[in-house]
Write a new protein. Sequence first.
Length: 130
Amino acid sequence: MSAPTEGPSVRVLRVGEQVRHILSEILARGDVHDDVLDKHVVSVTEVRMSPDLRHATVFIKPLLGKDEAAVLKALRTNTAYLQREVATRTKLKYAARLKFLADDSFDEGSHIDKLLRDPKVQRDLDLDPS
């Protein structure tokens, strides 16, 4: 008897990583003709595919977090072009619908780091229970 699998399948993860690489390459080469995207270096940090591979949530972060709202708007404006490019390069049965979101995980990590460096928290961490 096999254990129940939790989380995305290997194929879903593999396709998500493939889409991430494709989008990263398109943005790095400047293939999208958009003034906002031309002025920013954008990292595609993660792509989460739906189990049926028809939807992709794309997490992005502009370099230094500058103009995040403007970059997201530019990506959303150019979604049709990006979807076509991804569909052509992945050769999947269906073209995945792309949804762009800001990646807040870096901000959360910085916030946790700041909390851990707080003198009150340091004092509590330094207390030896023995």
